[in-house]
Design a protein around this ligand. Sequence first.
Ligand SMILES: [Zn+2]
Length: 122
Amino acid sequence: MAAEALSDAERRVLQEQLVDERQHVERRLAALVQSFDDLVAAADLEPPDDEHDPDGTTAYERAQFASMAEASRLRLTQIDRALAQLADGRYGTCETCGQPIGEERLAILPSATRCVTCAAGN
Ligand SMILES: [Zn+2]
């Protein structure tokens, strides 16, 4: 039950999951950045003004890309923190309150660095 009960094998599996997820998120972020650059390049061909963009579609899409990219970057940060915790033995412990995060939550979200209570409080 306790965080320190993780075996070396469990730790390796978790590390692989986190590294896999990290690569997945990195690819998604790279694709987002590429799409965003394309969008900006396309918009630059036609200067954005109200006549060319009457619905504000381009501005909306840019905002969407920006928030998706931001979410991906945040995810990478969380994964990196989880990997660091895994390396130094703090994995599975809430970084805010110090209580065990709980195996159920970690099974769903291996990169969780805070318990449900603390994550909900922010
Ligand atoms: Zn907590």
